[in-house]
Design a protein around this ligand. Structure first.
Ligand code: NAD
Length: 484
């Protein structure tokens, strides 16, 4: 426990850190070596209920009275504190999620940037005046929903909390955050930093716990006015059903099988680092991971060979060693990814390149050898399903029409990349790809804090990031005043 530096077994409700109502805890395990890391509260419906009530009290009290500019200043102060504490946050995320320290640092700074962006935007969301009937003035204003529920996964806690809770606070909502049971430490640190920044009690509440307990209680609570969920498709469907029962809006940020499409005229030197890194960053456990690489036949062999070289050079090891790739999050996730690799083997999918796992890895760690599979048929299971591990498939194609058919041919539609020097094709592809974001001659630029993000099809609906999130985290009210 001493490696963490603060009490991890508490929930944050109404400005107070206290044990969960049941007194029960859940273990956090360090995925780099399988050792116990900390205990977190096993929050229950009673904790969620108390958190929702505390959030409502904040809305009715000090938090609800702040102006938009005052809310913005608190977010900016919090951003500065996150930057000051970025090394410590990176350490916590590395221990908890297993990502190399440098990636943890990137995530901490991204969280700071979200808080800065939303802090700066808080007082810049304007309504409209609408030309209407004679003798009337009509206008729109944006109001907070009220209490917002935020259910987040374990893969990028800091980035996802920054974009979701940050935007909701900017619009004046009071938040109840349910972090993932696999990784909670930076979520708890977020609560402490919010307090240091001076957020009034109850504006930010945090209840760790199991999805089917604390998560289900939050998603079905009648005091919650909006739900933001980031996670898997099946749980997203449960959340949407729960939201429907209370007739509240829901943002679903779900999974993906995002393609990068490489045409023969592409600048391969520029493309290669993005093709590989966007696939295996955070050990492939990224919703927008470019897990399918589609390559036009004339350059297929060359691209595969050069990607394979990169795979063979990857250094895998414990997060604190800060190499290229760490472990996956858990033994369960390791089993899932290894199951996919077994399917690849049994169906004759060729390993084009693979990183070596060093012999001296900690025996309890959840390591998987990063693996490049090529050529893959577009309808192969591994080319269609989200693996959520360090595995990419490379699929050959001939021409634009086939590239589009393959790229659009899965249940998902989150992100796509296109690499070509042909300007007309850049635009045609960008318009015809069925997904929420398209990157042309880049992929995932700068974390995309400013760029609205979200999916279509099974990848979800609603948008977070950028200014668009501020509309999602507010309700539009129309006022028509008759004065003559
Ligand atoms: P998950 O759906 O199992 O869990 C996500 C969160 O939901 C956790 O906090 C969990 O406790 C909670 N939860 C689980 N069951 C619940 C229930 N019945 N009711 C309420 N809450 C419940 O997902 P995961 O395995 O932790 O995360 C991986 C998935 O998340 C992948 O599919 C990935 O693509 C997706 N993801 C999407 C984005 C995005 O922005 N689109 C970002 C990161 C991850």
């Amino acid at each position: 426990m001493s490696t963490i530096g603060f009490e991890t077994r508490h929930v944050l409700v109404g400005g107070q850190w206290r044990p969960g109502a049941s007194g029960q805890t859940l273990p956090l395990v360090n995925p780099s070596d399988g050792t116990p890391l900390a205990e977190i509260a096993r929050g229950q419906a009673a904790d969620i209920d108390a958190a929702v009530q505390a959030a409502q009290a904040a809305l009715d009290g000090d938090w609800g009275r702040l102006t938009a500019a005052e809310r913005g200043r608190l977010l900016l102060r919090m951003s500065a504190l996150v930057i000051e504490q970025a090394d410590e946050l990176a350490r916590l995320e590395a221990l908890d999620v297993g990502k190399p320290l440098k990636q943890g640092k990137v995530d901490a700074l991204a969280m700071a940037r979200y808080l800065e962006f939303y802090g700066g935007a808080a007082d810049k969301v304007h309504g409209q005046t609408i030309p209407f009937a004679a003798g009337y003035t009509a206008l729109t204003i944006r109001e907070p929903h009220g209490v917002t529920g935020h259910i987040v996964p374990w893969n990028y806690p800091m980035q996802i909390i920054g974009r979701s809770v940050g935007a909701a606070l900017a619009m004046g909502n009071a938040c109840v955050l349910k972090p993932a049971e696999e990784a909670c430490l930076t979520a708890l640190a977020f609560g402490r930093i919010a307090q240091q920044a001076g957020f009034p009690a109850g504006a930010v509440n945090i209840v760790p716990g199991l999805g089917e307990e604390a998560g289900a209680a939050l998603s079905s609570h009648r005091g919650v006015a909006h739900l933001s969920f980031t996670g898997s498709v099946p749980v997203g469907q449960l959340i949407q059903a729960a939201a429907a029962r209370n007739t509240i809006p829901v943002t679903l940020e779900l999974g993906g099988k995002s393609p990068q499409v490489v045409f023969a005229d592409a600048d391969l030197e520029a493309a290669l680092p993005f093709l590989v890194n966007a696939g295996i960053q955070n050990c492939g456990q990224t919703c927008s991971a470019a897990s399918r690489i589609l390559v036009e036949r004339p350059v297929f062999d060359q691209v595969v060979a050069r990607m394979a070289d990169r795979y063979r050079a990857f250094r895998v090891g414990p997060a604190m060693d800060d190499l290229d790739i760490g472990p996956v999050i858990s033994a369960r996730q390791q089993e899932i990814v290894q199951g996919y690799l077994a399917v690849a083997r049994d169906t004759g999918l060729r390993i084009a390149g693979q990183a070596m796992l060093p012999a001296n890895l900690p025996p309890g760690g959840c390591y998987v050898a990063p693996t490049l599979l090529a050529p893959a048929a577009p309808d192969h299971r591994l080319a269609r399903e989200e693996i959520f591990g360090p595995v990419q498939v490379v699929i050959p194609f001939d021409g634009e029409a086939e590239a589009l058919a393959i790229a659009n041919g899965t249940d998902y539609g989150l992100v796509a990349g296109v690499w070509t020097r042909d300007g007309g094709r850049q635009l045609r592809m960008a318009r015809k790809l069925k997904c929420g974001q398209v990157f042309v001659n880049n992929y995932g630029a700068g974390g995309g804090i400013e760029l609205p993000f979200g999916g279509v099809k099974h990848s979800g609906h609603g948008r977070e990031k950028g200014f668009e999130a501020l509309y999602g985290f507010s309700a539009l009210k129309t006022i028509a005043i008759k004065h003559d």
